[in-house]
Write a protein that binds this ligand. Structure first.
Ligand code: C2E
Ligand code: MG
Ligand code: MG
Length: 593
């Protein structure tokens, strides 16, 4: 039976069984004993079942103890087993040779039991210590390797974007500074390009974040494909990418790359099995002309990118002084707009809508203007993006609704009852959902304007994101008796399905379809199709931007309901509108009809 304490095995090798028996007797109480009666057997036993220690007789027939010791100490798996040579010879030569072959100690016959136990004990303890040390060392090496891996990963996380694997903002800044130093030393040029995707938010909102992520990964792949290996493509965050073109001979090289980037971005992407087309806006700054330091260069490339976006997207712009001035103007306008919110610089014009069937005014649309103290009257196109970008549109929009309702009550009191009032809403106001409904309730309550004569105009793009919430808000407004008009119809991405789902009563066909309206144009066919579809969905059709008698005739043939446009009247101030209603100024006066 094995004593559980006896966990170490000692191999006793001796050609004399009496010696083996004696040795076994000495050690049996503490160790498991194996034995072999010659060198061959000893080597076979070591190979099969390596012991923790070997007591090896030197003088044996066949392979002697020295040779066995030598082979054991050379063996890959056995070299760490301590070998104690047992010899009858009291021969210093033999000891020297034994140590040379790798033995750790000597015992001489006749053996002295306490000495045997002491020597064996010491060498086994040494072996255990050595093994423990080796284990500790291995662990240390492994831990070290793991730590280095971890540090490497952390470093990558700190410098690379996890999603796309591109350098992140921090590494981009390092590289930019390095590129500047290099260019400074070599008197070279390089260019910094900022890229922003045009419809990223839309993809995220409609197809989900997975699709958005997929898009970013694919975009980064395409961007990398456009530049040389030595150039840096980085992701600053969101849908903002930058490219450092480390060496350019001429500005036209940057332009070439910018064009290639735009070309790559308009190639359709397949996201979640769906084909999606986006585009990009690209801004370019050149070192050293557009900035000698990293922050200035970045700011200017960003500024140029913003200009590209404002110019209608899918475009690139070089930074220029003019771009800079526009950026300054934008900042100034923003401050001025904040201030103007509390003054009477904003005012409303009204444009009548005329029923084709009767030729009578059925209502009017309120249109916002800003009477800027220096620049004169500004139109929505000139300040609406800023009002939306800064969030000021919610305050201004509330003012528009209140003022329009008050003005409409004035016309009521003058006897022009029953006119409809259309007010435009911005996407930002719409996103406030409950607050918007509260505002409308409050304004109607305070002004006494009847809800069934209020029409709120929304655009298709507002409907694209978060349709559930939008739908809920629309239903609450409709439940109050208000009607909803889909403005600029045909310019966005809206589908028939959307029109069916949303509680919409009116569509306003965008004026771009009217502008080149001749009896035989495609637009005529388009308008005819919209009108017939609207009939089936029981929608009221308003056609905007009708300027000429010819266009008006065509609209009459197609059978739209109401017409709004210069052919009848341009937008007029509150007093002008009253005069028009009273017949003090003629309709259609603006184009002489
Ligand atoms: P919209 O709602 O589609 O308004 C119609 C625009 O077409 C107005 O431009 C109007 O002056 C113009 N228009 C009307 N008839 C004709 C025509 O026969 N020919 C031509 N060429 N244009 C015509 P406006 O006033 O510059 O407003 C532009 C846009 O600004 C509006 O487009 C609307 O989306 C937005 N907007 C105006 N007021 C407000 C407002 O109070 N709040 C919000 N959120 N947006 C507003
Ligand atoms: Mg409108
Ligand atoms: Mg419109």
């Amino acid at each position: 039976m094995d004593d559980p304490q006896k966990y170490e095995t000692i191999l006793i090798v001796d050609d004399n069984p009496d010696n083996i028996r004696l040795m076994a007797h000495i050690l049996d109480a503490h160790y498991r004993i194996q034995f072999a009666i010659d060198g061959e057997e000893a080597l076979a036993s070591v190979a099969d079942n390596p012991p923790d220690m070997i007591l090896l007789d030197v003088m044996m027939p066949g392979i002697d103890g020295f040779e066995v010791c030598r082979r054991i100490c050379l063996g890959e798996r056995s070299r760490d087993i301590p070998v104690i040579l047992v010899t009858a010879l009291n021969d210093p030569e033999a000891e020297i040779r034994g140590f040379a072959e790798g033995a750790v100690d000597f015992l001489s016959k006749p053996v002295n039991p306490p000495v045997v136990r002491a020597r064996v004990g010491v060498h086994l303890a040494l072996k255990r210590q050595r093994e423990a040390l080796e284990r500790a060392n291995r662990r240390l090496v492994e831990e070290n390797a793991r730590r280095m891996q971890l540090e490497e990963r952390l470093r990558e996380q700190a410098e690379y974007d996890a999603l796309t694997g591109l350098p992140n903002r921090k590494l981009f800044q390092d590289r930019l500074e390095q590129t500047i130093l290099l260019a400074e030393r070599n008197h070279g040029n390089f260019s910094l390009i900022f890229v922003d995707l045009d419809r990223f938010k839309w993809v995220n909102d409609t197809l989900g974040h997975d699709a958005g992520d997929q898009l970013l990964v694919e975009v980064s792949r395409r961007l990398r494909g456009v530049v040389r290996k030595s150039d840096t493509v980085a992701r600053l965050g969101g849908d903002e990418f930058t490219v450092i073109l480390s060496h350019i001979l001429h500005e036209s090289m940057a332009e070439l790359v910018a064009r290639k980037i735009l070309e790559q971005l308009v190639v359709p992407f397949v996201l979640k099995g769906q084909e999606v087309t986006i585009s990009g806006s690209v801004g370019i700054a050149i070192y050293p002309t557009d900035g000698m330091e990293a922050p200035e260069l970045s700011k200017n490339a960003d500024c140029a990118m913003y200009q590209a976006k404002e110019s209608g997207r899918n475009a690139f712009r070089f930074y220029s002084q003019e771009v800079n001035q526009q950026a300054h103007r934008r900042m100034r306008l923003e401050a001025e707009m904040r201030r103007a919110c509390g003054t009477d610089e904003f005012f409303l014009d009204y444009q009548p809508k005329i029923a084709l069937a009767t030729g009578r005014i059925t209502g009017m649309e309120a249109l916002l203007r800003w009477n800027h103290p220096v620049e004169g009257v500004l139109f929505p196109k000139q300040f609406m993006p800023l009002a939306e970008g800064t969030g000021l549109i919610t305050r201004i929009g509330a003012w528009v609704l209140r003022t329009a309702c008050q003005d409409a009550m004035v016309w009521d009191r003058e006897g022009f009852v029953g006119l409809k009032l259309a007010v435009n809403l911005s996407a930002l106001q719409f996103r406030e959902g409950d607050k918007l409904v509260d505002l409308v309730e409050e304004v109607l309550g305070k002004t006494g304007f009847p809800p069934d004569r209020l029409e709120l105009e929304i655009t298709e793009t507002m409907m694209m994101s978060n349709t559930e919430a939008v739908c809920a808000t629309l239903h609450r407004l409709v439940a109050m008796g208000i009607s909803i008009a889909m403005d600029d119809f045909g310019t966005g991405y809206s589908s028939l399905a959307l029109l069916k789902r949303l509680p919409i009563q009116v569509i306003k066909i965008d004026r771009s379809f009217v502008s080149d309206l001749r009896a035989d144009s495609n637009n005529t066919a388009f308008i005819a199709a919209i009108i017939s579809m609207a009939r089936q969905l029981h929608l009221h059709v308003v056609v905007e931007g009708v300027e000429t008698i010819e266009q008006l005739r065509i609209m009459e043939q197609q059978g739209g309901d109401d017409v709004q446009g210069f052919v009848f009247s341009p937008p007029l101030g509150r007093e002008g509108m009253l005069a028009l209603l009273q017949g003090r100024i003629p309709m259609g006066g603006c184009n002489g009809t």
